[in-house]
Design a protein around this ligand. Structure first.
Ligand code: MLT
Length: 257
């Protein structure tokens, strides 16, 4: 098994030129897009449709009035003034996506980095959205399916690396390599991610919540009273036993393993 990692979103355009047909892509946007999507699917959403632009989301809603709209810009829910007159139903806080609100619903979401990263692996053998919330379920799926090549995509923030995404990639690599006795080949970027996660466990008593809170995104969310609890929420490990995968129609759904 070969594991590569993309640490920053500036590497995403090169993916479009790569043949990914034998590659499983795993996208991380821990604070918060992939954590939110995994939560919504766990709470019974039928599908999440990631789109890059606000206008795409609005156009889909006009075609299908029963879909719900979600998304953020600068971390905050998209309002009518930004979307040509439509207040979005949700922001991008996982805690908003309760079973009562999402059960059976299709949700179109546009976020700054997460939804773009998810769309970039369109030609891949499979594209998964992963979070600390469902990390072991994702690792078990990847191992069971025996993919020869795995590409971990850290969605980042703007053009920059985001610590929490790299830590999640490292945690997944740790799970994937644990029982493989050297049969895994890691790219340098994968080794960097693994070392970042291993270092965290050595130096910070394994306190993921504190590490996420120290990241740039964590500090930004902690400074917003209504969003600060998102950091601790997204730092929970393995609370959901589900795998989230993109289907051929571009929608994210629970993978039935
Ligand atoms: C993103 O997609 O860039 C993030 O998830 C942003 C956020 O939730 O604040």
């Amino acid at each position: 098994m070969k594991i590569e990692t993309i640490l920053t979103p500036t590497e995403l355009p090169a993916l479009a030129r790569r043949d990914l047909r034998q590659t499983a892509c795993v996208v991380f946007d821990i604070l918060r897009a992939t954590s939110t999507f995994v939560t919504a699917l766990h709470h019974g959403a039928a599908a999440i449709v990631p789109v890059s632009e606000i206008a795409e989301a609005v156009a889909l809603r006009k075609q299908q009035p029963d879909i719900l709209l979600a998304g953020e810009r600068a971390g905050v829910r998209i309002r009518a003034a930004q979307s040509g007159g439509m207040d979005f139903d949700f922001g991008n806080s996982p805690r908003e996506f309760t079973p009562e609100k999402v059960r059976g619903k299709t949700i179109v979401s546009t976020t700054t980095n997460g939804t773009r990263a998810l769309r970039v692996g369109a030609g891949a053998q499979c594209v998964l959205a992963a979070a600390f919330l469902n990390l072991t379920a994702t690792a078990d799926f990847l191992r069971r399916e025996n993919f020869a090549e795995i590409l971990l995509v850290c969605a980042g923030t703007g053009d920059n690396v985001a610590l929490e995404d790299v830590l999640a990639a490292g945690a997944l690599i740790e799970l994937l390599t644990a029982r493989e006795d050297g049969r895994v080949s890691l790219s340098d970027a994968s080794q960097i991610a693994l070392e970042a996660f291993t270092n965290l466990k050595l130096t910070d008593s394994g306190d993921l919540g504190a590490a996420l809170g120290d990241s740039e995104n964590g500090r930004r969310l902690l400074a917003m009273p209504e969003l600060r609890a998102d950091v601790a929420f997204c730092a929970q490990r393995d609370v959901f036993d589900l795998v989230a995968g993109l289907d051929a129609d571009g929608a994210l759904r629970r993978v039935c393993a």
